[in-house]
Design a protein around this ligand. Structure first.
Ligand code: MEV
Length: 450
């Protein structure tokens, strides 16, 4: 039977839930009960969440963790991380602590320019279009005056507008390529509104331009939209210390550690299969803070990976070297973030996370987010080049396995103790739990926890 429905958006929330539960679940009552469990009884709060998107049926939670001990440009931070993956927060915290005693993290915003484009088709003489654009350009600034007024007061606005000839790629394809400064806002709405005004002015002015023939004046605007590729909105995060100070692990000398670490980064610089996983580790840190601070992680992800391929092949975002006995590890990453607008003041937990960070401006948030990425990458490479990743990861994942297997508190404690000295795997945990359960529960404490 078809499950297509018309007029769905007009149903009440309760009707939508009923429709979903009856049509897609064997146990409709259990489905409804689950949705209700995640519903918030604070009516105003629930309404706020319901109105973020359409057709909401409940809330979908992610854990919010905090990673303390970050020192960035001499200032201390506890960083909020919203993420479901075991060991990410622990790894960030470990890196933070490691570098706090070695001068901390340094971060610098290198540039803050955003980009938007009007894509259009024109099939006339290209020189005439250039002359038209020269006349059009001041009108584009005037026509967006109302839109840019407030942004200009805050120190931002439209930086420049260029005509770009793309006819070598597609016949008749040109762009208005505009650059923007959006200060503390991510700027998507501002940029898109300006672009749509550009497109309107372009369409109005073309028919009255004296040099265009009737045919040439029919400029066809295809679309107007910001670009999430922001190669000129980049932040650098960095750590460094004498090689001799990389002395945390008794099983490897600091010199060998530095050499293996740099080799691991070099591999990610030249080998795409490794680069993707290497950068994924960086995004573990970046996305978690981007989500916690209410920013658009899809935009960040798309832009970051395009940047990683900017030289023609997909490569590592981070780099490492030893020079004059000093180990340096750094990361350049494009981040279009906002600390005003969007969800920043609306979502109570997002607001909470901003306050935890001292209500930073966008530039400071770029620095914090890049540092979270670098910290995560350091932790991953450190494990990979020494103990291997699974030791730490599976220890953290053990709790997920135990929850899946329905372990009670005592069983959890006993299993965690057992795996302090044994290798964790799903089957090993299941086997140990079975063994535990064959024992008299009263004796677990005695036999396994002493
Ligand atoms: C796992 O989420 C991330 C890592 O695979 C990153 C890396 O390999 O560098 C550990």
């Amino acid at each position: 039977m078809s499950k297509a429905i018309s007029g769905f958006s007009k149903l009440s929330k309760q009707q939508k839930i009923e429709w979903l539960a009856q049509g897609y679940f064997q146990d409709a009552e259990a489905a409804i009960a689950l949705l209700k469990q995640y519903h918030n009884d604070d009516e105003a709060l629930q309404k706020l969440h319901d109105e973020f998107i359409e057709n909401t049926v409940t809330n979908f939670y992610l854990p919010l963790g905090i990673a303390p001990n970050f020192t960035i440009n001499g200032k201390d931070y506890t960083i909020p991380m919203a993420i479901e993956e075991s060991s990410v927060v622990a790894a960030a915290s470990k890196s933070a602590k490691f570098w706090a005693t070695r001068g901390g993290f340094r971060a610098t915003v290198l540039s803050t320019e955003k980009i938007g484009q009007v894509h259009f088709k024109y099939f006339g003489e290209s020189q005439k279009l250039t002359t038209f654009f020269e006349k059009l350009k001041p009108k584009l600034f005037t026509a967006t005056g109302d839109l840019t007024k407030n942004m200009q007061k805050r120190g931002g606005g439209i930086l420049d507008i260029e005509l770009r000839d793309k006819t070598n790629l597609i016949e008749g394809y040109y762009q208005l390529h505009a650059t923007f400064e959006t200060v503390d806002s991510m700027g998507a709405n501002f940029i898109n509104s300006c672009l749509e005004q550009f497109s309107k002015t372009l369409r109005e002015e073309a028919p009255v331009f004296e040099l265009f023939t009737e045919e040439e004046s029919h400029i066809q605007v295809i679309m107007s939209i910001l670009s999430n590729y922001v190669p000129n909105c980049v932040v650098r995060a960095e750590v460094s210390c004498p090689v001799a100070d990389l002395n945390e692990d008794k099983n490897i000398s600091p010199e060998e550690f530095a050499q293996k670490f740099i080799a691991a980064v070099q591999i990610a610089e030249v080998e795409t299969f490794r680069a993707v996983t290497h950068n994924k580790g960086i995004m573990n840190g970046i996305d978690a803070v981007v989500v916690a601070t209410g920013n658009d992680f899809r935009a960040v992800e798309a832009g970051v990976h395009a940047y990683a391929a900017k030289d023609g092949h997909y490569s590592s975002l981070s780099h490492a070297k030893v020079e004059d006995g000093i180990f340096t590890f750094w990361l350049d990453v494009p981040l279009a973030l906002g600390t005003v607008g969007g969800l920043t003041t609306l979502h109570p937990l997002v607001k909470f996370c901003h306050e935890m960070l001292g209500n930073p401006g966008a530039k400071e948030l770029m620095e914090i987010v890049a540092v979270a990425g670098l910290a995560q990458n350091f932790a991953a490479l450190r494990s990979l080049t020494t103990t291997g990743i699974q030791q730490g990861h599976m220890k953290m994942h053990l709790m997920n396995i135990l929850n899946q297997l329905g372990a009670n508190e005592l069983e959890k404690q006993a299993t965690i103790k057992h795996f302090e000295k044994n290798t964790v795997s799903h089957s090993a945990a299941a086997e140990f739990l079975t063994l535990l359960r064959t024992n008299d529960p009263a004796r677990i404490e005695e036999d396994f926890l002493r």
